[in-house]
Ligand binder design. Structure first.
Ligand code: ATP
Ligand code: MG
Length: 180
């Protein structure tokens, strides 16, 4: 069977949120980045609260249509975020503003921005006003667990990935090429 797809070249830009405690938020966003770049669009990916190497980075950096940057320290934020974490997140938000207001990028992915909001590294008001001021035609994806209500309300799509089962509960550690 063949479905008719409403094909809009570029089309209206919408706001998407991938949140919840299950696995698959960042990888869903990366999948969308590949689809968009494949369609010829420029994609910006800003990773908040992440400074460690993730295997996808080596490949993404080789794709001309995708620009990826990290705004987090090398260590995980375990207790209270430090000054450096806040500085990096604020820098990330500045870059996000530039990517959203500029002409180049069609898709802007703010990976783990919900975590940055949850840790109060960036202010909810600032992120909301950035989303409100986005020019038409910009697709914006926000990922990370604990998406605040304000973000879910402004979004056009919210996918909440629920953990039904996760192998980490039986002691499986994060694996290269699967988790990082
Ligand atoms: P992915 O990057 O695989 O798409 P995600 O973006 O949905 O996952 P995050 O909440 O960003 O998930 O978590 C990052 C990674 O850490 C995920 O791959 C997840 O499987 C793993 N993870 C989450 N919680 C734990 C935990 N408590 N112990 C071990 N690994 C965990
Ligand atoms: Mg993630």
């Amino acid at each position: 069977m063949c479905f008719r797809i409403n094909q809009l070249e570029g089309g209206e830009g919408l706001i998407q949120v991938y949140t919840g405690n299950g696995k698959g938020k960042t990888t869903a966003a990366l999948g969308l980045a590949i689809r968009s770049a494949g369609a010829g669009f420029n994609v910006y990916i800003g990773q908040f609260a992440k400074g460690r190497f993730y295997s996808e980075l080596s490949l993404l950096k080789r794709i001309k249509k995708i620009e990826v940057e990290q705004f987090g320290s090398r260590c995980f934020i375990r207790v209270k975020p430090g000054k450096k974490d806040i500085e990096l997140a604020c820098e990330g938000l500045k870059k996000a503003k530039k990517a959203i207001s500029g002409k180049k990028f069609r898709l802007i992915i703010l990976d783990e921005i919900n975590i940055a909001l949850n840790l109060k590294l960036v202010s909810l008001q600032e992120v909301l006003s950035l989303l409100r001021s986005a020019p038409r035609g910009k697709e914006i994806v926000l990922t990370g667990r604990y998406a605040p209500l304000g973000i879910k309300e402004i979004a056009d799509l919210v996918s909440e990935i629920k953990e039904y089962k996760h192998y980490y509960k039986k002691g499986v550690k994060a694996r290269r090429g699967i988790e990082f």
